[in-house]
Design a protein around this ligand. Structure first.
Ligand SMILES: *[C@@H]1O[C@H](CO)[C@@H](O)[C@H](O)[C@H]1NC(C)=O
Length: 279
């Protein structure tokens, strides 16, 4: 169960991106490799990318998708895969397996962007934000993103997020950050990993991360630059994908690959002219 099929020779770098990606999402990975998840040096900080995946499909399809990841890994050295079924309810498992892997293989990573492969992340802005913090070596607690609080398990069995009382009795969740993407320090990743050993897995990964924090006396904080529920642009008279709306955010969910590619180029266009305070 816990053996990685591919084990890249690993370089522990300052800041890393962890992207949850199912085997079939090849187009999304390709676009991220060319845009915001490009491995590079930004303001003296190395950005490293890792896609984490399980398996999907069965029979020939499963074999083909595994082979696809193997080819991608050979070319890019950025894929980690475990032998479990990559489904929505197994996302927490994927998350914890990664934290365990990271603890062993990359104890020096300072910060981690934990995100989905369908978000638009302004990784340059993230590095700038992290560098602006007083304690920016990753040895202090940091867990920030789109904060969700005062919510609890959905009890209607038709919902994607259905949690029966047998799985969780309490009617409330601790505060957590929306799973489209959040930032955490290496320290906090390690705390969550150790707390997870004594907290039953809840199949909703972002909530589960939030559950691991209070046990260590920690919690998440809100960052206004994370919009995991999308941007609310009230007027339909303006272009909803005007790059000026997006250039100052840290992360927005959710984007199609083509729009990610377009937006990444547009916000880095030296000729882009934006009036101040568009939103
Ligand atoms: C999670 O993965 C395991 C191992 O592949 C599989 O047996 C199980 O059905 C998966 N769970 C869900 C809810 O998909």
């Amino acid at each position: 169960m816990q053996t990685n099929r591919f084990f890249p020779p690993f370089l522990c770098l300052i800041s890393s991106l962890l992207l949850k990606s199912s085997p079939a999402n090849y187009e999304r990975r390709e676009v991220l490799r060319k845009t915001w998840a490009k491995e590079r040096l930004h303001n003296g900080v190395w950005i490293r990318r890792i896609f984490i995946s399980g398996t999907s499909g069965g029979g020939f399809e499963k074999e083909r998708l595994n082979k696809l990841l193997e080819v991608e890994q050979h070319e890019h050295n950025d894929v980690l895969q475990w032998d479990f079924s990559d489904t929505f309810y197994n996302l927490t498992l994927k998350q914890i397996l990664f934290l365990e892997w990271m603890e062993r293989n990359c104890p020096n990573a300072r910060f981690l962007l934990n995100g989905d492969d369908d978000v638009f992340a302004n990784t340059g802005n993230m590095v700038d934000y992290l560098q602006s913090l007083k304690d920016n070596d990753g040895s202090k607690h940091l867990f920030t993103g789109h904060l969700i609080q005062n919510v609890g398990p959905i009890r209607s069995s038709g919902s994607k997020y259905f949690i029966p009382v047998q799985v969780q009795e309490s009617d409330s969740y601790p505060p957590y950050c929306g799973g489209g993407g959040f930032l955490l320090s290496g320290y906090s990743a390690s705390v969550i990993h150790s707390m997870s050993k004594s907290i039953n897995l809840l199949p909703i990964d972002d909530v589960y991360m939030g559950m691991c924090l209070p046990k260590a006396g920690l919690g998440p904080v809100s960052h206004m630059g994370f919009k995991t529920a999308g941007l609310h642009i009230p007027s339909n008279k303006v272009d909803q994908y005007d790059p000026c709306y997006y250039k100052d955010f840290l992360l927005v969910h959710r984007f199609l690959p083509a729009t990610i590619y377009f937006m990444w180029h547009k916000i880095h266009d030296p000729n882009l002219k934006c009036a101040d305070n568009r939103l």
